[in-house]
Design a protein around this ligand. Structure first.
Ligand SMILES: *Cc1c(COP(=O)(O)O)cnc(C)c1O
Length: 486
């Protein structure tokens, strides 16, 4: 049972009650500073169990209010063991990304301001910053200035928003107003995805009334990229409304669909091309890997995340469309997307929500502290570190790298020399579990084309070559330990 937080006098006599309450903000900043200062030295995994956290934070809701500082102190205390150190330079789980300190700090300002960022009248600064960020992002992604931008909670909602704009567009071209009349009786929309589309494409299709299973699937190659022969066969000789979903950044291999080849085919078919580039789109900001995204301006909509590779706090997704009218028409009642304050941006016309936080502000801070070249440099650095990791690991005779490391993703399988698939699955599962338990670094597991693998994603601004070496040493020591026991 949680100890009851006692009320303590924390401020000088004579301070007003609001001043006393505000003191807790400084305290939280101190806790946050201590948390982040220690992040590289603590175990990456969470060291408290759910039951222990329940024990320290749960119990019945107190009848009377508690002292704010005590509440914040207890949360800070619990965070030391209850968080996974996803801000650690050696956290390689999922494709999560860390947060740049300036972006975190800007995010606190957003909370302190507590602006409702839906329309200019409610928050000029939120509206203006979002407009600035939209222009900067189109610049670093080399997208045409006329494109529209929406700042969503994440890439799932960016995919959803892109598909809503698509749905509007392809039906409007068939004389159907889907926002007014719904999908009942509408011309059917053909939706083409790939065998490797991310699950959030299917949630987005579901929410948009297009059906998660009512799709045709293009086949993919050994790296998870759409095969052009398969896509061409699906598009050939067809007419009517059609949406094609491609991907930049496969969550397992990091591979990118051949957008420069897909774009013209989709155009020719008169279909809408949506690209889910949750992390892979950021390769377009680099000098060395931007070739992967060649032709991305042939897309009609693009979705990505800022909270992954741009390293801003959650929640921050981005949707770009080549069709600003369709984008807004899909989201707001037509008369209402005429801006309420002439010449100013009303953010709510570009995302599904009305009330929302000023999400563009941390993005603004991240872009400014990195600079025009710094974004791509950070992305390139992560990719180089992923390649370093793959190379070092592969020097061990029990390690197989299952993917071409084109971006920041590495699929690692641990297999005893001449071992069977079953032996590889078993060793890999054991190694992953022990890597997580031992705490030097953290990586998760996956199954890629039937092969069990450890998935490494490098997407934190603070990861250094030394962190890679330390992680590799930790992982290989675990491999040797298991090997000796077999
Ligand atoms: C992470 C991811 C998403 C979902 O993004 P959220 O920000 O979690 O909503 C979609 N597509 C791909 C390829 C992803 O990696």
């Amino acid at each position: 049972m949680r100890e009851r937080a006692e009320h303590k006098e924390t401020s000088r006599d004579g301070d007003s009650e609001p001043d006393r309450q505000h003191a807790v903000i400084k305290r939280a900043a101190e806790h946050a500073y201590a948390y982040l200062s220690g992040i590289a030295d603590r175990p990456v995994r969470a060291t408290a169990s759910g039951a222990e956290l329940q024990q320290s934070l749960g119990g019945s809701l107190p009848l009377c209010g508690e002292d704010p500082s005590c509440v914040i102190d207890q949360l800070a205390e619990a965070s030391l063991r209850g968080t996974v150190a996803s801000q650690s330079p050696r956290y390689f789980g999922f494709v999560n990304g860390g947060s740049l300190p300036a972006a975190t700090a800007a995010d606190w300002l957003v909370s302190a301001w507590d602006q409702n960022a839906q329309v200019y009248a409610m928050s000029p600064i939120a509206s203006v910053v979002e407009q600035i960020v939209s222009e900067w992002l189109k610049d670093i992604f080399a997208l045409p200035p006329a494109w529209s931008v929406g700042v969503t909670t994440g890439c799932q909602m960016a995919n959803f928003t892109g598909l809503l704009a698509a749905r509007h567009h392809v039906l409007a071209h068939n004389d159907w107003d889907v926002e007014r009349d719904g999908l009942f009786g509408a011309p059917p929309i053909e939706v083409i995805v790939s065998d490797e589309s991310h699950r959030t494409i299917f949630s987005a299709l579901k929410m948009a009334g297009l059906g998660a299973e009512r799709v045709r699937r293009a086949h993919t190659d050994g790296q998870g990229r759409i095969r052009m022969d398969s896509l061409a066969a699906l598009l050939k000789g067809r007419k009517g409304p059609c949406i094609v979903c491609a991907q930049a950044g496969n969550v397992n291999t990091g591979s990118v669909d051949p957008i420069k080849d897909i774009g013209p085919l989709v155009r020719e078919r008169g279909a809408w091309l949506h690209v889910d580039g949750a992390f892979g789109l950021w390769a377009a900001t680099t000098k060395t890997r931007r070739y992967l995204l060649e032709g991305m301006d042939l897309a009609d909509s693009l979705a990505t995340d800022a909270h992954k590779w741009l390293n801003v706090p959650y929640d921050a997704g981005l949707v770009f469309t080549a069709h600003p009218e369709d984008h807004q028409h899909a989201l707001v009642v037509p008369a209402h997307y005429i801006q309420m304050t002439p010449g100013q941006r009303d953010s709510r016309a570009f995302t599904p929500e009305e009330s929302r936080r000023a999400r563009a502000v941390p993005i603004y801070a991240a872009l400014r502290v990195l600079g025009r070249e710094g974004v791509g440099d950070m992305v390139d650095r992560c990719c180089d570190l992923a390649a370093q990791m793959a190379k070092r690991l592969a020097s061990h005779d029990c390690v197989r790298i299952l993917n071409d490391v084109v971006l920041n993703q590495v699929l690692v399988q641990f297999r005893p020399p001449n071992g069977s698939d079953d032996a590889a699955a078993s060793l890999t599962t054991d190694v992953i579990r022990q890597v997580q338990e031992e705490g030097t670094c953290w990586a998760g597991g996956t199954v890629w084309h039937g092969q069990t693998a450890m998935r490494v994603s490098v997407c934190n601004w603070s990861t250094s070559p030394a962190d890679i070496d330390r992680s590799v040493a930790g992982i290989l020591a675990i491999v040797d330990y298991f090997r000796l026991r077999r």
